[in-house]
Design a protein around this ligand. Structure first.
Ligand code: ZN
Length: 151
């Protein structure tokens, strides 16, 4: 009885301590397919998130040279110029230009693969809209959506 109580107290102390010490990492998942589509056009980050771990899953079967997908986050005004710049980058660069307008991005993946990126929510302004897209040539027009951080 007293051993059980001690264990319970210790567990409680540990979990309370870790909640204070660790930043809140929130997880988001999005998929891309062989039809050049993301499954979501909107992603919302909770107000209590300090970091976001975004996982991109390619649920198709085509190789990345043919139907590669990545997930790139920018401000809405930067989306088009960054997407245009990405066309000039090769497959070996994952179609990711060296551009500081990119807030976060994943690697480029092919069918059956998945990848993730973790970024700080402090880089984003609550209530503002951000644009995410796939920077593979020709995909950015169809494969895009809006990410917002709750206020
Ligand atoms: Zn793509």
């Amino acid at each position: 009885m007293s051993n059980g109580l001690k264990m319970w107290t210790l567990t409680l102390a540990l979990s309370a301590g870790s909640a204070v010490a660790l930043a809140e990492t929130c997880e988001l998942t999005i998929t891309g397919n062989d039809q050049m589509q993301f499954d979501k056009s909107e992603l919302v980050v909770g107000a209590d998130c300090d970091k976001v771990k975004l996982t991109l899953e390619h649920v198709g079967q085509l190789p990345k040279a043919q139907m590669g997908h990545n997930w790139v986050l920018t401000k809405p005004a930067d989306y088009q110029p960054v997407a245009m710049a990405a066309q000039g980058e090769g497959l070996d660069k994952d179609y990711i230009p060296d551009d500081d307008r990119i807030i976060a991005h994943t690697d480029l993946i092919g069918g059956g693969e998945s990848t993730s990126v973790t970024f700080d929510v402090s880089d984003l302004s609550p209530g503002e809209e951000y644009t995410y897209f796939c920077s593979f040539p020709g995909h950015w027009v169809a494969m895009k959506g809006t990410l917002t951080v709750e206020q």
